[in-house]
Design a protein around this ligand. Structure first.
Ligand SMILES: Nc1ncnc2c1ncn2[C@@H]1O[C@H](COP(=O)(O)OP(=O)(O)OP(=O)(O)O)[C@@H](O)[C@H]1O
Ligand SMILES: [Mg+2]
Length: 377
């Protein structure tokens, strides 16, 4: 039978076997849940937040003791949309438990009753609610919390890309949510987000409703040795070998950033035949191949930026981690017009998440784009 590639690069969770390490983080979240603490999970994009949530939910501790619900707020732009998503997630899980559970939900979340219809063909309940049918979103939110709290089995709710809520036009959503969350006695939360600036503002700023309301967990790169063991094991299981210097180069190039390491290991695994070894020269070829496969996307992306932003991206890519980007010296070195031009280009690129800031240094968020830019210009 065809062996699937064990280095997963999609957002789906395929189980323990394909999930590397994160033991300490998993334990920290489980500990938080066990002790009635909510978690705020922060990392840069593609480091593995969603994977970690799926992993925690898949493990015995949550599986056997809690009902778990997970929503990704990224596509939502209002409280009503959030409610619809949360209701669909809850109802989706109730489906397998039968009509009795629907009825208990309906008994409490009365405001969403119009969404429950009987399918004329199968005669079964279906939940089909349009946004327009959520007429009193704040009541619906309150009822959903009442439902969660009324459950005999305690609940864990994960809200991914939580910072999205700050963009909703509805008034005081964070205050409202905070007041419900803080009253919960049987429902625990994991709030995850990749917009570090916004997440830190929401959870670390004394004037924000969620200030110090959760245990923070910052997700960094997976430990080198553990990632090496994991990768080697998958190669060995398929009768292949992985040279350590090859893995080391991948890990160092991407500073262990999960998706990028996965992407390269996925390619190397596919290139290596049983009985063969993935080595350093193969790694360089695989990297060139992967970068090339995205070249057109990157070129089109670059075409959308005004000249100053484009120049700044190229300059940052040359530096890798660029410091003092708004200095005269930086401008001179990279033939940028003036510090003020850099400043305004930087602001836009940072706000859009194209460039990220770590301490005082800036780098390009997409590490493959960064490598491509450096080579191309
Ligand atoms: N511990 C892990 N072991 C192996 N692969 C992982 C692990 N964690 C995440 N991945 C993989 O890395 C990729 C990025 O992970 P994930 O989508 O969880 O990141 P994220 O931080 O939620 O990203 P985003 O900020 O874009 O939502 C996915 O392809 C996922 O399958
Ligand atoms: Mg995610």
């Amino acid at each position: 039978m065809l062996q699937p590639n064990p280095f997963i690069i999609t957002a789906d969770y395929y189980g323990d076997r394909f999930f590397c390490d994160r033991h300490a983080e998993t334990e920290a979240i489980e500990n938080n849940i066990a002790n009635g603490r909510n978690t705020v999970l922060i990392s840069s994009r593609r480091m593995g937040k969603s994977g970690l949530i799926a992993h925690v939910f898949n493990r015995d501790f949550v599986h056997s003791n809690f009902k778990s619900f997970s929503i990704d707020l990224y596509p939502t732009s209002s409280l009503s949309e959030m409610i619809l998503l949360l209701a669909k997630e809850i109802i989706g899980q109730l489906k397998s438990r039968g009509e009795k559970f629907y009825e208990s939900f309906l008994g409490i979340v009365k405001s969403l009753r119009p969404g429950f219809k009987v399918d004329s063909i199968t005669g079964q309940f279906v939940f089909d609610l349009s946004l327009g049918e959520i007429v009193r979103p704040t009541d619906s939110l309150k009822e959903i919390f009442q439902y969660l709290e009324s459950s005999e089995i305690p609940c864990v709710v994960a809200m991914d890309e939580f910072q999205q809520i700050a963009e909703y036009p509805d008034k005081n959503v964070l205050e409202l949510l905070r007041s419900h969350v803080q009253k919960c006695k049987h429902t625990w939360f994991i709030f995850a987000g990749s917009d570090r600036r916004m997440m830190e503002k929401l959870f670390n700023n004394p004037s924000e409703p969620f200030y110090m309301s959760c245990s923070p967990l910052y997700l960094d790169a997976i430990d080198y040795e553990n990632y090496l063991d994991f990768s080697e094991k998958h190669f060995i299981d398929a009768g292949k070998r992985l040279a350590e210097d090859c893995f080391k180069r991948v890990y160092e190039l991407f500073e262990g950033h999960t998706w990028y390491v996965q992407r390269l290991m996925n390619e190397l695994y596919a290139w290596t035949k049983p009985g063969e070894e993935a080595d350093l020269p193969m790694m360089e070829n695989a990297l060139t191949f992967v970068i090339k496969s995205y070249a057109r996307t990157f070129q089109e992306q670059m075409n959308t930026y005004p000249e100053a932003q484009k120049q700044l991206l190229i300059a940052i890519s040359k530096e890798g981690n660029a410091e003092q980007v708004t200095s005269v010296a930086f401008c001179k070195k990279h033939a940028m017009k003036s510090p003020s031009t850099v400043q305004s280009a930087l602001r836009v690129l940072h706000d859009k998440g194209i460039v990220r800031k770590e301490g005082n240094s800036y780098s390009i968020t997409n590490r493959l784009l960064s490598i491509w830019l450096k080579a191309e210009y």
